[in-house]
Design a binder for this molecule. Sequence first.
Ligand SMILES: Nc1ncnc2c1ncn2[C@@H]1O[C@H](COP(=O)(O)OP(=O)(O)OP(=O)(O)O)[C@@H](O)[C@H]1O
Length: 244
Amino acid sequence: MQEVIKVRQLTKSYGELTAVDNINLSAARGMVFGLLGANGAGKSTTIECILGTKKADQGVVRILGTDPLKDRKKLFEKVGVQFQESSYQEQITVAELCRVTASLYKKSADPFELLARFGIADKRKSLVKDLSGGQKQRLFIVLALIPNPEVVFLDELTTGLDAKARREVWKILSDLKEKGLTIFLTSHFMDEVEALCDCICILREGKIVFYGTVSEAVEKSPYEKFEDAYLWYTDEEEQNNENI
Ligand SMILES: Nc1ncnc2c1ncn2[C@@H]1O[C@H](COP(=O)(O)OP(=O)(O)OP(=O)(O)O)[C@@H](O)[C@H]1O
């Protein structure tokens, strides 16, 4: 098993608040790993510390065996990241943004083939700011895949997508996974997590409250449906389990 993402004893605080509290996780090649938790649980902070865009207070992170803080250049070609809208300038078209992004990489995928796969090829000439929320979201996944990455980080994967588009995105990601892509995602949709994730980690107030497969999460909870189990793990009042 090739460990593509390795996190050991990662901790990050903002002043008094410990946003990520001593977490360990591991994702193998070709795996879809889901980082879950309620708003404010620490998902984005964890991803930023893994990517090295935020400096952790403590812990070890390796992506493809490399320290992201020390060897950013080496990882740049191999890691795709879905950024949020604010990262882009206002007056740029979809085609321009795709071309500029592709020009940054030695072996980029064909951006127009990706736009077609994600059903937004007809928007090439539109300004990014004029796209609908769901079209933007699809574009941001396309941009993350342009490097032809070995591992991709997708934060709130299909937020804003309609039901059909979500299914299409799941299918494309499943195909890429079959080809060996490692996918690290966050999502608030439990049907999506069930459809895609091989392994999940549920955070509550920065701590891991469950780590394993979706079916194990259900088995170790008092519920039969994953969404009910998930809510139980994330609810401070209700649960008092010792899964970790
Ligand atoms: N720059 C910051 N300064 C101070 N506190 C922060 C900062 N960034 C995040 N936090 C706090 O850290 C905690 C974890 O935030 P984080 O954004 O990692 O959560 P999240 O799980 O990604 O949430 P969401 O699902 O809402 O995106 C929250 O309580 C948040 O308010």
